[in-house]
Design a protein around this ligand. Structure first.
Ligand code: AMP
Ligand code: ZN
Length: 482
């Protein structure tokens, strides 16, 4: 398998410290608000990566943190405390906010078929570990105490900017408008390992430490959590591209300085979901959530498909029109799978292997999910029996997680039911006696009833492509062939 590695800026062969075993770490959400669908793009692509590694035969240990302390509104230790901001907004305690949005995050993940990592660790649960790491960093002279906080001294490293050769002045914290410079820092990009002198008088979560009562910086949690559950050698670290600097840069600085050896050789960064006005972000106020997609009648898995159709290293523009296109693609796909007959023949192993190789080949090449989705169409077009096609689709869906077979089965049942009756309540279909068309017309009615207008329109278009014209009449619909 070849994957692009942000640390070396190259596509490289994927290697692991222990053969056949992957230690994987993912930066989890900051639980002060709902995840937006941009955040979830990152988690969908990381989920595909994990599932593909398992599919390729690796045994994977995936660890994720939940940020419930220490993340300020600027990733560079400035601004408001995000958790406190959430608690104030909702007149709740920080822990109530953390619990509520952690549950909401995993509920969104479940709807998008994102598997829960093997280990999920809230940052507040490992304070002693961070204290131990920070103490060692001070002993080794990589960290210093100034003005009440403990800082990492970035000048101690030969190569601090591991992902990009940034110019310090461009990135310098304190020169941004409206952000006060932290004069305790020896170097502009030094970062806080432990805060005691917080500007938030009402900081809710505080712990005793050798440097006074306080709380950990955001970056130290990921190093601490990963070292505890992944061990000293991490194989691959994932996150959204905005995490590369300063968050991941700082994780590497502190982990390697603490361990005294290289820590994580491979870095997987997912590019952003943007709207036409730029990056989707919570600080902009309005953002899209899975619940909002559902309220508008979209199946969350349509959003998963939408993400899979583009490469994780390209930014992706979200628009309702683009999502509607994905609805059309998904419906047609499910329709075609529903037309396959389960139990039709014996599985042809040779065809299985050929088409599986194509699917695996796409993902082996820097996780090309768009090409992997086209491998699904290759299956549908293949000259083989339905049993083989269904077996292949089940196989691919271990990675794609689009519920292809379950949805096709539901569609089959829906069509059978619709074909049985041309009336539902006082809704009647008048047409030319074609059960397949009647079934689609009834599905459109069901979609409209469920306010799933995108799907209803998509079925109307599908019928139009088949040369069928629909006329809505009182208490029903009339269809005719052009
Ligand atoms: P946060 O909850 O802010 O800590 O972010 C959770 C994850 O979402 C991180 O891996 C971010 O890098 C990622 N992320 C943030 N914004 C976007 C976006 N617009 N598109 C994709 N991923 C994002
Ligand atoms: Zn992290």
């Amino acid at each position: 398998m070849y994957l692009y590695n942000s640390a070396t800026h190259k596509k490289e062969e994927f290697k692991t410290h222990t053969p056949g075993h992957v230690e994987m770490y993912t930066c989890g959400p900051t639980v002060y608000h709902f995840a937006h669908i941009g955040n979830l793009r990152s988690y969908i692509m990381e989920d595909v990566l994990e599932k593909f590694l398992r599919y390729a035969g690796y045994d994977v240990n995936r660890v994720m943190n939940i940020t419930d302390v220490g993340h300020l509104t600027s990733d560079a230790d400035e601004g408001e405390d995000k958790m406190l901001k959430g608690a104030k907004r909702e007149h709740k305690t920080v822990m109530e906010i953390a619990q509520f949005y952690t549950d909401a995050f995993f509920s969104d993940c479940a709807k998008l078929n994102i598997k829960t990592p093997d280990v999920v660790q809230p940052a507040t649960g490992l304070i002693d570990d961070y204290i131990r790491i920070v103490s060692t960093l001070i002993e080794k002279d990589y960290a210093y105490f100034a003005g009440g906080n403990v800082y990492f001294d970035t000048s101690k490293l030969d190569r601090y900017y591991v992902f990009n050769e940034h110019k310090e002045e461009d990135l310098a914290v304190g020169v941004r408008e409206g952000v006060e410079e932290d004069t305790n820092k020896r170097n502009k990009n030094d970062f806080v390992l432990w805060f005691t002198k917080s500007k938030f008088e009402d900081q809710a979560l505080k712990w005793d430490s050798p440097w006074g009562v306080g709380y950990p910086g955001w970056h130290i949690e990921c190093s601490g959590i990963s070292m505890k559950y992944n061990g000293e050698y991490l194989d691959i670290h994932c996150g959204g591209i905005d995490n590369a600097f300063p968050h991941h840069t700082n994780e590497i600085a502190q982990s390697e300085s603490y361990l005294g050896h290289p820590w994580c050789p491979q870095w997987f960064h997912v590019h952003h979901l943007n709207t036409n006005d730029g990056k989707m972000s919570k600080s902009k106020g309005e953002f899209l959530t899975v619940s909002l997609l559902e309220e508008k009648g979209y199946d969350p898995l349509v959003y998963r498909l939408f993400c899979l159709q583009s490469h994780y290293r390209k930014s992706l523009v979200f628009s309702w029109e683009n999502l509607d296109n994905a609805v059309g693609t998904f419906n047609k796909l499910i329709q075609r799978i529903a037309a396959l007959k389960p139990g039709d023949g014996e599985v042809d192993q040779e065809t299985m292997e050929t088409l599986k190789a194509k699917f695996k080949g796409a993902l082996d090449n820097d996780l090309n999910t768009a090409l992997a989705v086209t491998a699904v169409y290759d299956v549908l077009k293949a000259k083989t029996n339905d049993a083989t096609k269904l077996a292949l689709l089940a196989d691919f869906d271990q990675v794609l997680s689009l519920d292809l077979l379950a949805k096709a089965e539901a569609k089959r049942q829906e069509m059978a039911k619709a074909a049985e009756s041309k009336t539902q309540g006082d809704y009647t279909i008048t047409g030319e006696g074609d059960p397949e068309i009647d079934a689609l017309v009834m599905q459109r009615y069901e979609a409209k009833k469920a306010k799933n207008f995108a799907e209803a329109d998509c079925i109307r278009d599908q019928l139009k492509d088949m040369g069928i014209t629909l006329v809505d009449v009182p208490k029903g619909v009339k269809w005719s062939r052009e």
